[in-house]
Design a protein around this ligand. Sequence first.
Ligand code: ZN
Length: 282
Amino acid sequence: MDRIISADNSRDFQETILTNALHILLEPIYETVPRMRYQMLLNELDYASSDQDNTCRRVVIRGLFDSIDHLTTENYRCGFCDVCVPDLKFKLEKAAIPLQDAQVDEIAEQLPDFLSEFDKKPLQELLDRTIENAAVPGLLARVSNRLEGDSTNLAALYLAGALSRKRPGREILAFEYLKSAFNEGIKQGLSPDNLLLFYEEAVQVNAEKAFTWLTEVGGYWDNQEGLQFLIQEAAQRFGIDSKQHRILLLVSQVRNFNDVGDDFIKLKPKIETLKQGFERLS
Ligand SMILES: [Zn+2]
């Protein structure tokens, strides 16, 4: 009898180990593979809608398939696609060869290093150079392509969000990239200062929605110091009469009141003792 129970226990134990092991193995797959598939679809949609901001189809295609050290600027016109020639009456026999731009090519060359780790300042500087040199669609195509195989790369998510914001009609997509970056940043243990980089980009698209990221219960800013930062941010961003500012002030007041209440509870036994002492004296 003991042996049967022991065999059953052993089988249960093995099943538990197997279930846990499968869970550990499959969880990352369920988490990353659907995101990678969605990213592929998003990239196809981005290519299909590149006519919306009059970007030559080849700028996006070359962003994906060109050599790693070259990017095509948004001023390029191939003369051989439906955006460049909407009536499809092509006058060229083949697509125009893009001009080489040393400064733009430097961005392309540096990109792999910038994506290898999340470093706020160099990323912001790369973003500024990309905008100045009119390389937004090309670099966006390249970083979104990176996300197809590396969907949790924070630097790629940040650049995809910030660059999408610069292309007309892609505000919702930009916001979603930045939201993914913010949530993924929390999972990867990014500092609050770095998380604010995603927020600061996202508030340019939808300030009210982005602000709710910071006010999550149990989040980085759900403490006394964080609350003071949020009150200041709400006053600057939305004004002192805004709903956000008034609610946060109220939260601060309630917390202060609770602290006073807690102090009172701690003092209560001592007050009781004193009271009894005075009663005895009288
Ligand atoms: Zn074209």
